[in-house]
Design a protein around this ligand. Structure first.
Ligand code: FAD
Length: 403
């Protein structure tokens, strides 16, 4: 292998590049990304970077010298328009053709937009990039009013950051509960209580029918029940669209993202994919999954790089996700399901807890509020499929290390 090309210089692409070098690949390594920045991590963009507590530069995956030392052919602000599988090359927007022996797709996703009446009447913010965070940050201060459309993770993190900056915040969610797609009802209730206690108005089961510019120049979110929410700023946090168009147009198998196997191979043996764009089999879920998480971007990026070099790879991680809102660090290991039995390990004094989701006497998933340490042990229980005792699990006096 002489030439490896990575499309997408985000977190997965950055890890793939770094890993190829660490594994001894000395050939030509081209990293093409349509952002101006070197690979970086996005989680702080809705947290510390959005609040101004951290500079965008702090999100970089690698120090400048370490990035330089990789000896990459890095193409910032360069967009791939097409993959030519027959000629084994990718075509850039400026007309250049870049040849590959192996191609790794790390194109991630983009914030979903709405096509409703009035979308062109008012500014609508979304949050995916450093530039998005920089555009939104000044609109969140004291005395400003913000409507967040979408009560998922990004929406709730933006709401929390805005509230902490002193803004008045309304969250509008179409579903009957928050983060409906990713957590059980009990956790949705917990999130709702947290946000309401902080003074955010949360509207559930509320459909958005459009947008309008009010006579005073401010924005309006029009709701399905005929009411309108007037505000200074509207943020859409309604999910992610995987950037799988290149793959689809090249005839690779896709289904809500690029289909890969546990080796990160697409339906073309010389093309691999990793990160938010990839749909992969997962034994823990018992089905294919497209994971939108920091953990997956890093680990699948590493796995794809090793696989491209011919190493044996069986990438089927126990999914792990976290979110930070106000003082709460919420972490989720595994895939909680309605069929699971729940055991609660709660510290009444602090309000911190871990909820365990079991099938029989084996923990399948765990969700914790400010319980990172206990969760690390929970992860081990899940991965080792170790039988547990409900009472001991719930008992704070029995350390997690002794379960
Ligand atoms: P990306 O980081 O999106 O990188 C893909 C790159 O490819 C982009 O730069 C894109 O512009 C580029 N690209 C796409 N198409 C082309 C093309 N044709 N040519 C050239 N370049 C192209 N996860 C957690 O686990 N916990 C969190 O708390 C958390 N917080 C988050 C907060 C925010 C605001 C966001 C946006 C995400 C958060 N995530 C979090 C998710 C996590 O950041 C993502 O899962 C991760 O960034 C995915 O990495 P990726 O490399 O697959 O995609």
């Amino acid at each position: 292998i002489q030439n490896i090309v990575i499309i997408g210089a985000g977190q997965a692409g950055g890890w793939a590049a770094q890993t190829l070098r660490a594994e001894g690949f000395t050939g030509r390594l081209v990293l093409i990304g349509d952002e101006a920045h070197p690979p970086h991590e996005r989680p702080p963009l809705s947290k510390a970077v959005l609040s101004g507590a951290a500079l965008p530069e702090t999100t970089r995956l690698m120090k400048a010298e370490a990035f330089e030392a990789l000896g990459l052919n890095w193409r910032p602000s360069a967009r791939v328009l097409r993959i030519d599988r027959a000629a084994k090359q990718v075509l850039l927007a400026d007309g250049e053709a870049v040849p590959y022996d192996k191609l790794i797709l790390c194109t991630g996703g983009r914030a979903r937009q709405l096509t409703l009446p009035g979308v062109d009447q008012v500014p609508l913010h979304t949050l995916r990039t450093i530039e998005d965070a920089q555009a939104l940050a000044p609109a969140l201060g004291a005395g400003r009013s913000v409507v967040v459309v979408g009560g998922g993770w990004i929406g709730l993190e933006v709401a929390a950051t805005a509230r902490q900056q002193g803004a008045e915040v309304v969250v509008v969610e179409t579903q009957s509960r928050l983060c409906e797609r990713t957590v059980p009802a009990e956790i949705s209730e917990h999130l709702l209580a947290l946000h309401r206690a902080q003074g955010t108005r949360v509207l559930l089961g509320a459909g958005v029918s459009g947008f309008a510019r009010a006579a005073d120049g401010r924005s309006e979110v029009l709701l399905a029940d005929g009411s309108a929410l007037r505000c200074d700023t509207i943020v859409l946090g309604i999910g992610l669209v995987p950037n799988d168009e290149l793959a689809r147009e090249a005839g690779l198998e896709c289904d809500g993202g690029v289909l890969v196997d546990a080796r990160c191979h697409t339906s073309d043996p010389d093309i691999l994919a990793a990160g938010d764009v990839a749909v992969a089999p997962n034994t823990w879920a018992g089905r294919r999954l497209r994971l939108e998480s920091w953990q997956n971007a890093q680990e699948q990026g590493i796995a794809a790089a090793r696989s491209a070099l011919g190493h044996t790879v069986d990438y089927q991680p126990l999914p792990w996700f976290w979110s930070d809102q106000y003082g709460m660090n919420l972490q989720i290991y595994g895939m909680p399901a309605a069929a699971h039995r729940v055991v609660r390990r709660c510290d009444e004094a602090s309000g911190n807890f871990v909820l365990f989701y079991l099938a029989g006497d084996v923990v399948q998933a765990a969700i914790g509020h400010n319980a990172a340490r206990d969760l690390r042990f929970a992860r081990r229980l899940i991965e080792q499929r170790k039988p547990v005792d409900d009472e001991r699990l719930a008992d704070l006096a029995t350390p997690m290390s002794k379960q």
